[in-house]
Design a protein around this ligand. Structure first.
Ligand code: G16
Length: 542
């Protein structure tokens, strides 16, 4: 039996989980006791861990393996009887959720800073997911944070590092550590949801695709599912080897960072379909030949076509989207006669809706789409759903989306990010906006119908979340939303979301930056962005 060691420590400021867990620079995480303090705060906040099973894995970024060894020793000291670790310390975020649910573990610890870069000078992250498989709700993250401010010791055991690359069971003291294949359970789950035969037939007919794994966690999953199980040509998966620094790239599947994929999908000889996923495999970007599908439209198209996929052929109970996500999905829900829920940003807010059966599909403008099959957004699942739809409809991505706009109208949409601005300037900008009184006023010819800071009452558990984004809702249906990102590690990122509805099909093909030009100007002027941040242009436009 390994000897439990109690190590004295003192609290670190700032161990407050953000939109999705604690994300900091690696230099912060490698400070003595930093990771240990947080992990002990988690174990102290989730109830009795004695005899329980924990799932553990991460996106493979720098410090992943070291952190896993530390957490294993602490789990043994906390009395867990078993930890299930993905081979190589790898588990995509949706695969972690799948494993937690399938094996009914006492939740899991996921090591990821998602789409943020990795490496010794970049980012690391950690979060706890509850037994339902989803990110811990605010009540738990608040308890973890409160504990981290009071902690004076943590518990660990003396033991050698285990071999993370060898499948099988080893022991740390009395605790079993099972190193398992991180891909199989997830791939098997996908086979129950989408029509693999139909997709195999699509690929056999000459359909070509590129999937950019961005040298992040989805490489092994995509090779197995797309190339081995579905018969896509070898080479369909690009950047498929997970690297600790993601090859020096920024593993964020958007038009700026997935530039290799965007280039590959341009021109007449381009493949029919392109997709990318992020550092931990929960985000997705969908492309057709010379055609970009916004995440908001992707959710709406998948919702409208879901019954083509076996896992959803009985239809949807409801749809949920985060507040800044466009209202395209609302139009589908209205037509289907099902509810559409508007939640704050953060996948954790979908948990109660999925658990209670109120929502089947969920999505966010931040390249997240998912369903009730797990409790995380799921990049490869979205790609497979699209493939299923393409296999059934045998139309191009562009034709499917433009037909969708003709049927429902287009919610023209764009997000402008101002990254790495000074935190004080960002807070000042938001505080000033909050102090304005705009309802009933006219801004550049549009009347403001509602002006507020979004607050949400969870319809299932009644919990209330306030200050979730400043909304300027115009009487013509257009809107501007301002939020500060909760996932960055340096300075602040101001996100500005701009949207208006266009029902004239002759105007659907317009570039959103052109179609939204007047609102974009209003958004910049109203928030005094240039004067307060010194920025004349956003860093990233999606
Ligand atoms: C996380 C959350 C998402 C959220 C996104 C962006 O995604 O899980 O729900 O939409 O961050 O959040 P923010 O706008 O605060 O940066 P991920 O992929 O980073 O885990």
């Amino acid at each position: 039996m390994a000897l439990v060691k109690t190590v004295a420590t003192t609290p670190f400021a700032g161990q407050k989980p953000g939109t999705s867990g604690l994300r900091k620079k690696v230099a912060v995480f490698v400070q003595p006791h930093y990771l240990e303090n947080f992990v002990q705060s988690v174990f102290d906040s989730i109830g009795d861990t004695t005899g329980k099973t924990l799932a553990l894995g991460g996106d493979g970024r720098y410090f992943n393996r070291t952190a896993i060894q530390i957490i294993l020793r602490m789990a043994a000291a906390a009395g867990f009887s078993r930890v299930m670790v993905g081979r190589g310390g790898i588990l995509s975020t949706p695969a972690a959720s799948c494993v937690i649910r399938k094996y009914k573990t006492f939740g899991g610890i996921i090591l990821s800073a998602s789409h943020n870069p990795g490496g010794p000078n970049e980012d690391f992250g950690i979060k706890y997911n509850i037994p339902a498989g989803g990110p811990a709700p605010e009540a738990i993250t608040e308890a973890i944070y409160a504990r981290s401010l009071a902690i004076d010791s943590y518990r660990t055991v003396e033991s050698e590092d285990i071999d993370l690359d060898r499948l099988g069971i080893v022991r740390i003291g009395e605790m079993e550590v099972e190193v398992f294949d991180p891909v199989v359970d997830y791939a098997d789950l996908m086979e129950t949801l989408v029509d693999f035969d139909a997709i195999r037939a699509l690929f056999a007919s000459g359909f070509r695709m590129r999937f950019d794994a961005m040298n992040a966690v989805t490489g092994p999953y995509a090779h197995e599912i797309l190339e081995r199980r579905l018969g896509a040509a070898v080479g369909t998966v690009m950047n498929g080897i997970p690297l600790e620094d993601f090859g020096g790239g920024h593993p964020d599947p958007n038009l700026v960072h997935a530039h290799d994929l965007v280039a590959a999908l341009a021109g007449p000889d381009a493949p029919d379909f392109g997709a990318a996923s992020d550092g931990d495999g929960d985000r997705n970007m969908i492309l057709g030949r010379d055609f970009y599908v916004t995440p908001s439209d992707s959710l709406a198209v998948l919702a409208a076509n879901a019954p083509l996929c076996p896992g959803y052929k009985r239809g949807l109970a409801g749809i949920a989207r985060s507040m800044p996500t466009s209202a395209a999905a609302d139009r589908v829900a209205a037509k289907l006669g099902i509810p559409c829920f508007e939640t704050p940003t953060g996948w954790k807010f979908f948990g109660t809706l999925l658990d209670s059966g109120k929502a089947t599909l969920c999505g966010e403008e931040s390249f997240g789409t998912g369903s009730d099959h797990v409790r995380e957004k799921d990049g490869l699942w979205a790609v497979l759903m699209w493939l299923n739809v393409l296999a059934c409809r045998r139309e191009s991505v562009a034709d499917i989306v433009t037909a969708h706009w003709r049927e429902f109208g287009r919610n023209v949409y764009s997000r402008h990010d101002y990254e790495g601005i000074e935190s004080a300037a960002a807070e000042g900008l938001m505080d000033r906006l909050r102090g304005l009184s705009l309802a009933g006023t006219v801004l550049d010819g549009r009347t403001v119908a509602v002006f507020d800071d979004f607050a949400y009452t969870d319809p299932v558990d009644g919990s209330v979340s306030t200050k979730q984004g400043i909304r300027v809702l115009f009487s013509d249906g257009a809107r501007i939303v301002y939020r500060l990102s909760g996932t960055g590690t340096q300075g602040a990122t101001l996100r500005v979301y701009i949207e208006r509805y266009e029902d004239d099909p002759t105007r659907h093909a317009l570039d959103p930056q052109v179609a939204l030009a007047d609102l974009i100007t209003t958004a910049r002027t109203l928030a005094e962005i240039e004067a307060r941040t010194g920025r004349t242009e956003p860093t990233v436009i999606t």
